[in-house]
Each structure stands twice: as C-alpha cells, then as structure tokens.
Write a protein that binds this ligand. Structure first.
Ligand code: PMP
Length: 397
C-alpha cells in the first residue's frame, strides 16, 4: 500500500499544469518602495507597506532598544508563562489610538479573526457576513460552528432583509464586515450596517485590516472615519499592513476584551507576540500619533496614481482608498500584463479567480507613502507602455 500520499503529487501537478502554482519572488534586503529580486531592483507596487514603516529607522532603533532589555521571545502562551509588561503597554496604546476601552494583541490579523469570532457565536447562533469578507473572517466563522448567512456585498438593505428573517430566533447574532475591501478598495457602509445591526439586536464586528493607518484621523481607522466610536462592538485589526510589522488585535469595551482573553484559542494555546514585533509596533504607533504626514502622503500618492491611470484609459474600478485595481479581464491577460511589468522593472502581481470574480482579473497596485513622485511616474510610464503594447488602452502616439 503506497498510495497514501499520491494525491499530493497529483494536486501539485494539476496546479502547475493549470498555471495556478504560486512561485514566490525572493526579496533580498528590506521591503520598501524598491526591492531587490535576483540582483535587480524593482519598484514594489504590491506590498501592504502603506506608510513605509517596514524599513523605518525609528522602528529599527526601537527594536534594538527593546531587544536589549527584554530579549526576543515571550516564553510561551501568556496564560501559562505570564504576559510581558510590553504586551500590556502595546494593548493600552492601541486602545488609546483606536478610541476603545481595551485591546488584546495576537500574533497576526488572521489570528485576530480566529480569536474574536468563536467566543461570540457558537452552534445554534447566527453570523451575517458580507459575501466578500476576507478568508480569515470566513475561517473564524467556520470555526465557531454558528450558521453563516451571507449578505450582498456592502448592502445594508439586504442585511436588513436577512436579519428580519430571524427576528423571532432567540440566539446570539453577529454581523461582520471588512472595513476596506482589499481587492476593490471600497469602504464598507459602516454607519448603515451599524444601524441595521442595532435595529435587530445583533452585535457588529468590523475587520479594519486595510483601514488601520489609512482611514480616519491620523490613520485611526474606519470607526474614526465614520465617527462611530462606541457603536461597533468588536474591532479587529492587523499590525502587518500600515504598521509595517506583524501582529493583530481585537479591540472593544473592557468587558468584551476581558471575555475574549479568557476564551480565544489563539490567546490560550499559541505563544504571544515577540519582543521585536511589539517594539516595532510601539514605535510605529508613536510615529503615527506624532504626525499625520505619512497618511497624507499615502492619499496624495493614491490620488496621483489613480488619475494618471484613469487618464490613460485604464479601468480602475471604484476604489475609495489608495488601493488601485487595474482591471484587465481574463486571467491569462492579467498574468501576461504582470509578467511584462516585471520585465520592465515593476513588481505588481496579477490577482485572478477565485480571489476576484471570473473575468475581472487585475493588477492591484498598492501605493505607499514611501513612493516618491518619480517612482509613481516610473510606474505610470510602464503601465502605459505595457497597456498600449497589449492593446488594453489605445495608443497615445
Ligand atoms: N483581514 C483582512 C481583511 C486582510 O486583508 C488580511 C490580510 N490579507 C488579514 C485579515 C490578515 O492579516 P495578517 O496578515 O496580519 O494575518
């Protein structure tokens, strides 16, 4: 009997045959506006390094200082080995930044969704989830074993209708939406979602992964953007995008966070965030609280790039944030476009089905505050070159 693992070979073969196998470029040196791949410099247009913190001198200095004093590792799970005072400091400062009573940090944004959802709903309860919610929300929902009702993307009326069907059902109800949808850059209609959830007595949770450091005053996120402080029960966040580090958190009122700490399996059964991560995140928070310049530059850069691409005739969708999708259509065309950009020195991957709907394959351009005008002009020039070459836009000549 030697067949037990043949399915692995078969599946890998299929992925390769169908062009679905992911080859990951190897970056030598730090993430930044430009990255080095196989000895050549590329303009990076695909990282979530929104504010350029990945390689920021203030963060690097902070890490050295914290590591000198606290070492590197957390020892174990916090409930077993004890929590470092640094974890508590980061949580306090994050709560202040977000305008919530409390916050709990975990190892990543993905873990934060797995931490937040199952303690709030379980078998016999109901989750109302935007149909385009992120994979980590979907996995958190599945882990909870609650029934999942999907509502139409960014559609409070549809949510209202879905909730109304269960008005007579007495159970925990949780509405969940991404704050910013990462493939299109649109912002969830949170005020209307909150109203609908309140009307039906449901809790509401938002995953602010792409809103942190981007939306609201000084990047305080979607709740601040819409001035909904105190009306969103659970905020999930990531420290892996605009913060330029790694980590995630759950924020809300003190009792909710206390409860999540007691129940969340990523907190109870997985070791806590490391010292370098905490140190760098504390420094990013300090920089963010000190100045709004980076956030402003991010938005300026986003507007500049979008205008340039739109003027050339590209379909850039309806993004409301610096995320800029350049919609190409067929997956093979989008992959070819990305490969040509790469040859020209621009690193921007193609995003295809099933991550985005069939026929809407795209290059998702992620702008950063670290990009200069020259960088953006370089990107625009290359998009024009490849766009004309592939007849996606008409020739300017
Ligand atoms: N939620 C959303 C909406 C995301 O886009 C992501 C990252 N792609 C995550 C959660 C996961 O965050 P992290 O990378 O910190 O695990």
């Amino acid at each position: 009997m030697t067949i037990k693992k043949t399915f692995i070979t078969e599946e890998l073969d299929r992925l390769k045959r169908e062009g679905l196998y992911t080859n990951i470029p190897v970056i030598a040196g730090p993430q930044g506006a430009w990255v080095e791949i196989e000895g050549k410099k590329y303009l990076s247009c695909c990282s979530n390094n929104y504010l350029g913190f990945c390689n920021d001198p203030a963060l690097i200095e902070a890490v050295k200082k914290y590591v000198d004093k606290w070492g590197v590792g957390p020892g174990a799970v916090r409930t077993i080995a004890g929590t470092l005072d640094l974890h508590l400091e980061l949580e306090k400062k994050l709560a202040e930044f977000k305008g919530t009573e409390a916050a709990m940090v975990v190892q990543s944004g993905f873990c934060a969704n797995l931490a937040a959802i199952p303690p709030l709903v379980s078998k016999g309860d109901l989750i109302f989830s935007d149909e385009l919610n992120h994979a980590s929300i979907i996995d958190g929902c599945r882990l909870s074993r609650a029934e999942i009702v999907r509502f139409k993307h960014a559609d409070p009326e549809n949510l209202d209708a879905q909730l109304a069907k269960y008005d007579n059902v007495n159970c925990h109800k949780l509405v969940i939406s991404d704050g910013v949808f990462s493939m299109d850059g649109d912002i969830a209609p949170l005020p209307a979602l909150v109203e609908v959830a309140e009307k039906h007595g449901a809790m509401i949770m938002v995953d602010d992964a792409h809103g942190e450091g981007v939306l609201g005053r000084g990047g305080r996120g979607i709740v601040d953007h819409f001035n909904l402080h105190g009306r969103v029960d659970v905020e999930v966040g990531t420290l892996s995008k605009a913060f330029g580090v790694v980590g995630g958190f759950v924020a809300g009122d003190a009792e909710l966070v206390d409860y999540i700490r007691q129940k969340a399996r990523p907190n109870l059964f997985s070791s806590a965030m490391t010292v370098p991560d905490i140190g760098a995140n504390l420094a990013a928070l300090e920089e963010l609280s000190r100045s709004e310049d980076r956030v402003k530059r991010l938005w300026e850069n986003g507007r500049y790039l979008k205008k340039g691409l739109k003027d050339m005739g590209f379909n850039i969708g309806h993004s409301e944030t610096p995320i800029t999708p350049v919609i190409i259509g067929e997956a093979t065309e989008a992959k070819k476009f990305s490969a040509r950009l790469f040859e020209e020195g621009v690193f921007a991957g193609a995003i295809t089905f099933p991550t985005v709907p069939m026929g809407t394959a795209r290059i998702r351009v992620m702008v950063s505050a670290a990009h200069t005008k020259e960088d953006l002009n370089f990107a625009l020039q290359k998009f024009q070159l490849v766009g004309e070459e592939m007849k996606i836009i008409s020739s300017s000549r």
